[in-house]
Design a protein around this ligand. Structure first.
Ligand SMILES: O=P(O)(O)OC[C@H]1O[C@@H](O)[C@@H](O)[C@@H](O)[C@@H]1O
Length: 760
């Protein structure tokens, strides 16, 4: 199950604890951790990957706060413009397979005590029935701003209250916690039924999204037409598939300063003295300041290092209007506090004077600042913890705790954290600071200070596909970790946006293959890959439990022009097959568009295709333009150009589990299909201009000398043992795929089996 974390709220009602650019989900409500971090920690036991949906303004905060979760698998979706929860969740689901299950959570909840785990387990058990499970907790009164639901005779009723009121006698309502569990396909199907227009717009947006990287930027221009609407309004309040479930845990939402004070049970935080006060809450975030309140009643005081808010209780909400009316003059205080996240760490202002400024600077492991110079100020750094690598002028030195570094005006400097721990320094800047001079910082060209050597060899973990014709062999026989009902394909070596493989071993574990290549540079692909703008290959296993669609792939010219993709020449290596298995490949006679269209209509297209019996160990080249389909019962290792363009001509009028027909692309297929008779036979050699594949029996040959012309991929078909390259030694088993960066080296196998060696 994946966790969709909704972390986009602005939450200015908690000012001055929260700021426009540092909203409530990221502030430390509990010691040393934010609600966002706590949300992640709470759901790690249930979810193997996190999708964080938030505003692009919070990107540095999110990345910074995720640093504490080593090895966490996550992807961030950064919205340039929020469109509320229904579109946000749909975008994340549409970037995935329909078979994926999700737990959707918000980041302004406090959940303490009770059985959260039990509620998630119970809710999860409804997902296979196609339910969208909404978790509530028993409510004792209606509070303004909260949502409530109840189920009466199987029918779900919703309630939103504007004012505080008692729940009518005899009625039992639950808070809608916003925690939802469902299968992605079910959610999307309900959204498409209930809001077809919205669904179509979101699909169009996702089709145009750049999802190559780990993090996905959602540009404003792509969502302009999309109506902002909550999941509640678009789906859960109108769908018959909703299952309400009562969670037995203590839940609260932090909406206002009053609810926060209430959470602290009226206890003041930090250094506070109250004298002759009644019903007063003092939230003191400034650890070195004492707040003294005298003779007050019904008041909340919030003290922070740079701003204080004093308000009558139950009226703190007015801050929204106060901010609106005073924004221009006091913007700095409303937008930013003293803590500021950057791409490399955190800056916290400790003292802010006109000619002297003191900051606590945290630099995350493996991060560095740019090489730069200040003309009008000096800087003095004291290392508090960690190890600083500092380049001063041309001199590079390392400093541990207590180390002092003076940076004179005009001296080029650069600082990096090459260790595995946070680096904390105190910085004292003296001179003419930014007032009236613009930013006194000139960036200089420089070499990166943090360099990690590329692993000699890595094992990859695949992305999976759930096309309806798939089987379960990849899990049952090859032990692939995927819980879909059917696993049609595993994309073992892929940087394609429709499914990237992930590095599973070594220093770069967890990186998507595309990120890995970016990190170490395209040089690791070898000089033969230089002409390709994108990573050129894709290797996958295909398990056909049923026949695939009858289809055709375009060549480079057509695909690049119409689809912004490479063409899709492919090679099929038959890893295993049932007796009497076959492939369709090419027409068995000359034909034309009219006949083919007619046969698609009446379902007789297979009659004019070559039906080729296949045997284990054979291979077939499927040139672009060749009409083809894999028959049932075949397990194939496919080596192809990196492309996902398939034009389906015929799909047996099959329907998916939601009763929908899969899309056909007959017009485009007609543009690219070769109507001539084709004589097909098994390939004698497995090479074409895009790649070459060699099959090795490890009993005969188990050591390979590589060069710098191309990276190599080794796909294990049979056998177990270990694969070794330089210092790296990794166990292998059937259906494993290894990526070896280009360079002169030797890869050796110890053990038996059969492998395919693939290169450009
Ligand atoms: O369109 P369907 O029937 O799902 O088949 C799609 C699959 O077809 C196979 O022939 C290969 O080209 C695969 O790379 C592709 O993913």
């Amino acid at each position: 199950m994946k966790c969709i974390v909704l972390a986009g709220g602005s939450g200015d009602r908690l000012w001055p604890l929260s700021r426009k650019n540092y909203p409530k989900q990221f502030i430390h409500i509990k010691e040393n951790r934010s609600l966002f971090q706590e949300t992640i920690a709470r759901n790690i036991p249930f979810c193997e990957e996190f999708y964080i949906i938030t505003s692009d303004r919070y990107a540095n905060i999110v990345e910074g706060q995720l640093q504490v979760f080593q090895g966490l698998r996550y992807r961030c979706f950064y919205e340039e413009e929020g469109k509320k929860t229904a579109p946000a969740v749909a975008i994340a689901c549409l970037c995935d397979n329909r078979s994926e299950d999700y737990l959707v959570v918000s980041t302004d909840h406090i959940i303490e005590g009770g059985d959260y785990k039990g509620a998630i387990a119970r809710a999860k058990s409804y997902i296979p029935q196609g339910k969208l499970v909404s978790i509530g907790v028993t409510a004792d009164r209606f509070e303004p701003g909260y949502g409530y639901f109840r189920q009466v005779n199987g029918h779900t009723e919703f309630h939103h209250s504007e004012v505080s009121e008692q729940i009518p006698e005899g009625e039992s309502w639950e808070y809608d916690t916003g925690i939802l569990l469902f299968n992605g396909g079910d959610y999307l199907h309900e959204l498409s039924r209930k809001s077809p227009m919205l669904y179509a717009q979101i699909r169009e947006c996702v089709d145009r999204l750049d999802t190559y990287g780990r993090n996905v930027q959602i540009p404003k221009a792509l969502v302009e037409e999309i109506e902002p609407v909550s999941i509640g309004r678009a789906v859960t309040s109108v769908s018959e598939k909703v299952q309400l479930l009562t969670g037995e845990f203590n839940w609260r939402r932090i909406m206002t300063l009053e609810s926060l004070a209430d959470y602290y049970h009226g206890e003041d935080s930090g250094k506070v003295i109250q004298n002759e006060c009644e019903n007063v809450s003092v939230l003191n975030e400034a650890s070195h300041q004492l707040v003294v309140a005298n003779g007050l009643s019904d008041v909340i005081v919030v003290n922070t290092a740079d701003a204080v808010y004093i308000s009558r209780k139950n009226e703190t909400d007015q801050i929204k209007n106060i901010i609106r009316d005073n924004y221009e003059e006091q913007q700095a205080y409303f937008d930013e506090g003293t803590v500021y996240y950057t791409a490399w760490g955190i800056k916290e202002t400790l003292h802010y004077g006109t000619s002297c400024r003191v900051k606590k600077i945290t630099i995350f492991p493996g991060k560095e600042l740019s090489r730069h110079v200040h003309k009008l100020r000096t800087e003095h750094w004291t290392v508090v913890s960690g190890t600083a690598s500092i380049l001063l002028g041309e001199e590079l030195k390392e400093y541990g705790p207590g180390g002092n570094i003076f940076v004179p005006m005009g001296m080029a400097h650069q600082i990096a954290n090459r260790s595995a721990e946070d680096l904390v320094i105190i910085e004292v800047s003296v001179g003419e600071l930014e007032y009236g001079h613009g930013t006194d910082l000139t960036r200089l060209a420089g070499q990166p200070m943090v360099k990690t050597d590329c692993d000699e060899l890595v094992r990859l973990e695949p992305a999976f596909k759930d096309n309806l014709w798939g089987g379960t062999r990849l899990r049952d026989v090859y032990g692939k970790k995927c819980n879909y009902d059917v696993i049609a394909e595993s994309w073992e070596l892929s940087t394609h946006k429709a499914g990237q493989s992930v590095v599973a071993t070594g220093k770069s574990k967890g990186l998507m293959l595309g990120e890995y290549i970016d990190r170490f540079g395209r040089g690791i692909l070898g000089w033969k890959c230089e002409p390709y703008e994108r990573f050129p290959l894709l290797i996958k296993f295909i398990d056909s439990h049923q026949c695939l669609s009858i289809q055709v792939h375009p060549g480079d010219d057509y695909a690049l022009q119409k689809e912004d993709e490479y063409g899709k020449n492919e090679l099929w290596y038959v890893v295993d097959c049932e007796p009497d298995s076959y492939l369709y490949c090419g027409f068995s006679k000359d034909t034309d568009e009219e006949e083919v269209r007619q046969r698609i209509e009446d379902g007789t297209l297979p009659e004019i295709l070559n039906k080729i019996p296949v045997r284990k160990g054979e291979s077939y080249f499927i040139e672009t333009g060749t009409v083809h389909a894999i028959g049932p019962g075949v397990l194939i290792c496919e080596i192809q150009q990196s492309s996902n363009v398939t034009y389906r001509l015929y799909d047996y009028k099959r329907r998916d589990k939601y009763g929908e027909l899969r899309e056909l692309h007959v017009d485009k297929a007609m543009d690219v299909v070769n109507f001539h008779k084709k004589d097909m036979e098994a390939a004698k050699t497995m090479e074409c201009k895009y790649f070459s594949v060699e099959r090795y029996d490890l009993a005969e040959e188990n050591s390979f000398n590589l060069d710098d012309s191309s990276f190599r991929a080794f796909v294990v078909l049979e056998g177990t043992g270990t694969i070794r390259c330089g210092e790296e030694e990794i166990p292998y088993r059937p259906a494993d795929c290894f990526f070896v960066p280009a360079g002169k080296k030797t890869v050796a196998f110890e053990g038996s089996g059969i492998v395919l060696k693939v290169q450009v």
